[in-house]
Design a binder for this molecule. Sequence first.
Ligand SMILES: NC(=O)c1ccc[n+]([C@@H]2O[C@H](COP(=O)([O-])OP(=O)(O)OC[C@H]3O[C@@H](n4cnc5c(N)ncnc54)[C@H](O)[C@@H]3O)[C@@H](O)[C@H]2O)c1
Length: 404
Amino acid sequence: MLVNVIGLGYIGLPTAVVLAENGAQVRGVDVVEQVVDSVNAGQVPFVEPDLAGHLAKALECGRLTAATKPAPAQAFVIAVPTPFLDDHSPDLSYVKAAAESIAEYLDDDSLVVLESTSPPGTTRRLAEWVAQRRPDLTGVAYAYCPERVLPGKVMVELVSNDRVIGGLTPDAAERAAELYGLFCTGQLLRTDATTAELCKLVENSFRDVNIAFANELSLVSDDLGVDVWELIELANHHPRVNILQPGPGVGGHCIAVDPWFIVSADPDNSPLIRTAREVNDGKPKWVVGKVLDAVAGVDAPTVAALGLSFKPNIDDIRESPARAIVKQLAERLPHGKILSVEPHLKALPPDLAALPNVAKCGFRDAVGQADAVVLLVDHQAFAGRAAEVPAGVPVIDTRGQWIR
Ligand SMILES: NC(=O)c1ccc[n+]([C@@H]2O[C@H](COP(=O)([O-])OP(=O)(O)OC[C@H]3O[C@@H](n4cnc5c(N)ncnc54)[C@H](O)[C@@H]3O)[C@@H](O)[C@H]2O)c1
């Protein structure tokens, strides 16, 4: 089977590689020439364990090449970015550009599968964008197949996860299932395209709403002088209660983004999902307030901020609440110093490095100098180190790592 994979990022490249390893003849397409060159040279342009080895095999067997333009094929898989705009509405310009770029290579037997996280109705719009360029086509099969892989375990989960496959028609779902059947050992769950689109968004909104509940409890508990970690631990002894853990907010490019696509699609009927987003987005400001209270009265305070990534033991800082908190602290304490401790990054990201009162620091150094310590990410590297904070220095533990 000849397949084009459009977009060679975190999702597209592993998918192209796995398809090639399982017998498809794959052309990986990316608009960034550097990405294409590095893929053809066997270099993975981002961090994903085991991908380099699989890429080498796919290139070696001659079934994968990368290029900046698509080519005729039986199937086209689209995995381009779908960020949101300032007003939280989805930016579908990458999907539209991808649709337009493949239009000339399609025929009436082609299969087009969208993998990008998308608001309901996007697969239909994709078909309409193609039709504007190719009104002669009547038989193209369109399907939506969202991705649920966990960064860091992509090469395993891509194969073993169940897949939701929504066709614009039942036949399109069937044809897409055949494509995923080449490499996927999980269940291939057929449905319609809109259900599949909404399913992906709902999965991440479920997480967001539940985390917002825990975050709201952390505020209520603080006000009432209750230890939220103990509270949740006790409540979870109820056989049908399972409250998640609070934190400094919600980050990453999925949970912090996808719920907005539901809100944007149906604002009148999604007040809970919107409020959850607002509760989670409001938590960094609350944490900043706690730190400011802790250093009130100190002239030029030094704050040790532990962690920058959006979750433990990784280097990914996209939409990270920890990063936002460090930035806000630097702005609120212009005469103070924020010592950022992030063992998974070699250097501060440019926006923080540009701030004169933020510096990257080692753990011992930072807590040794600090007037207050704020623990933002429960990295393994911080576990059990509460005793290294000098006596009397206040600690704001947003993850409960040193309390639980
Ligand atoms: N990364 C994840 O863990 C993850 C998980 C689930 C879903 N998703 C979704 O998958 C989609 C892709 O995410 P990603 O993390 O792989 O993004 P990414 O930014 O890593 O990669 C996207 C690639 O697409 C390329 N591109 C953009 N426009 C193009 C075009 N018109 N033609 C060809 N190439 C083009 C970019 O240059 C880039 O290399 C998004 O919708 C995302 O929300 C990502």
